[in-house]
Design a protein around this ligand. Structure first.
Ligand code: G3H
Ligand code: 13P
Ligand code: ZN
Length: 328
C-alpha cells in the first residue's frame, strides 16, 4: 500500500531502524528494489528526481511505482519526490499523487546557487502548509552538500565541480535546525554532515570516521521528533567499480560512505538514507560484463535481467544493514 513518509519514518524511529531511499528512473530499478524488499520483508521508499521525471516522463514514473504497489500489496511503499527546486514542483507532485515531497530550499531554483536562510524557511513553509492539508509529508534541507575537503558540490563525472561552497554551509547548524523546524513544520530534514552527491565523494579509502556523527547527535538532541535524512549516501562499491573498469569502463578511483558509518548515523537519529549512485554502478557493471561475455546477444532482456539482479543484491544488503528487513 502507498503510505506517507511520516508514517514510515515514525515506525522506523519507534523501532530504531533506517530506510534506504532509492532513486528510480525505470522499470528495472523498481523491479530490483521490490524483489529485494519482498525477499527480506522490508518497507520501501521509491524516489524520483527531476532528472528521473524528465527521463521517464512523470506519468510513466508514477505508473511504474503504482504498478509496484499493485504487485506487492503486502509491502508499504512511499512515493517520494526528490529535490524539488521550487514550491510549484512540489505542488504538481502532490496533485499527481506522490505521498511525500522534498522541498530543497537550501539552493535557489537553479539547483546550483546556495540560498539565504530566509528564502529556505519561506519556500519550505509554503510547501508544508499545502502538503499537510493533503496528507503528504515534506522533507526539507538545511545546509549544502559538498566535500568537507574541497568544498565542492557533487560531481557527476569526477572532472569538474559544479560549484564551490563556503565552508560554513557544509555542516548543518543544530541551533538553526531547531529554528527551521519550528518555522516550517517539516516531517524530515536533510542535513549536511560530510556527504556529497555522486560517485566522487572521497579520494582516499576511508579509514576512520568520514562523517560528522557528532553533528548528527547534536541535531537529533535538538529536534528529536524530526526524522533526519542523509543524502549522498552511496557506498560506491569497490567490486562494481572494478567490474566496470575491467569490462571496458573508465571510472576514476573513488570511495563512498562506508555502510558502517551509515549504521552509526542510524543509531543517532538518521531515518532516511538516499542512494542512487550504487544502483547505477551495479547496473552498468552487470551490463558491461554481460555484453562482454555474450557478444552474440542482442536481446536487451538478457542484459537488463543481469542489471536487475545486480541492483537487487545491493538493495538487499542495505535493507539488512539498516535494520528495516522484517519491518514490512
Ligand atoms: O540527487 C541526486 C540524485 O542522484 C538524482 O540524480 O538528477 O541525475 O537523476 P539525477
Ligand atoms: P548518491 O549520489 O550518493 O547515491 O546520493 C543520492 C541522493 O542523495 C539522491 O537525493
Ligand atoms: Zn540528494
Amino acid at each position: 500500500a502507498l503510505i506517507s513518509l511520516r508514517q514510515l519514518l515514525d515506525h522506523a524511529a519507534e523501532n530504531s531502524y533506517g530506510m534506504p531511499a532509492f532513486n528510480v528512473n525505470n522499470m528495472e530499478q523498481i523491479h530490483a528494489i521490490m524483489q529485494a524488499a519482498d525477499a527480506c520483508n522490508s518497507p520501501v521508499i521509491l524516489q524520483g528526481s527531476a532528472g528521473a521525471r524528465s527521463y521517464a516522463g512523470e506519468p510513466f514514473l508514477r505508473h511504474l511505482v503504482l504498478a509496484a504497489v499493485e504487485m506487492y500489496p503486502h509491502i508499504p511503499i512511499v512515493m517520494h519526490q526528490d529535490h524539488g527546486s521550487e514550491p510549484a514542483v512540489c505542488f504538481r507532485s502532490i496533485q499527481s499523487g506522490f505521498s511525500s515531497v522534498m522541498m530543497d530550499g537550501s539552493l535557489m531554483a537553479d539547483a546550483k546557487t546556495p540560498s539565504s536562510y530566509e528564502y529556505n524557511v519561506e519556500t519550505t513553509r509554503k510547501v508544508v502548509e499545502l502538503a499537510h492539508a493533503c496528507g503528504v509529508s515534506v522533507e526539507g534541507e538545511l545546509g549544502c552538500l559538498g566535500s568537507l575537503e574541497t568544498g565542492m558540490m557533487g560531481e557527476e563525472d569526477g572532472h569538474g565541480a559544479e560549484g564551490v561552497l563556503d565552508h560554513s554551509m557544509l555542516l548543518t547548524d543544530p541551533e538553526e535546525a531547531a529554528d527551521f523546524v519550528r518555522k516550517t513544520g517539516v516531517d524530515a530534514l536533510a542535513i549536511a554532515i560530510g556527504t556529497s552527491h555522486g560517485a566522487y565523494k572521497f579520494t582516499k579509502k576511508p579509514t576512520g570516521n568520514v562523517l560528522r556523527i557528532d553533528r548528527v547527535k547534536e541535531i537529533h538532541a535538538r529536534i528529536p521528533t524530526v526524522h533526519l535524512v542523509m543524502h549522498g549516501s552511496s557506498s560506491v562499491p569497490e567490486d562494481w567499480l572494478e567490474i566496470i573498469n575491467n569490462y571496458g569502463g573508465d571510472m576514476g578511483q573513488t570511495y563512498g560512505v562506508p555502510v558502517s558509518e551509515i549504521v552509526e548515523g542510524i543509531k543517532h537519529g538518521v531515518r532516511k538514507v538516499n542512494i542512487d549512485t550504487d544502483l547505477r554502478m551495479a547496473s552498468t557493471g552487470a551490463i558491461r560484463k554481460h555484453l562482454h561475455d555474450n557478444k552474440a546477444n542482442f536481446d536487451p532482456r538478457k542484459f537488463l535481467k543481469e542489471a536487475t539482479g545486480a541492483m537487487k543484491g545491493i538493495c538487499q544488503d542495505r535493507f539488512e544493514a539498516f535494520g528495516c528487513a522484517g519491518m514490512a
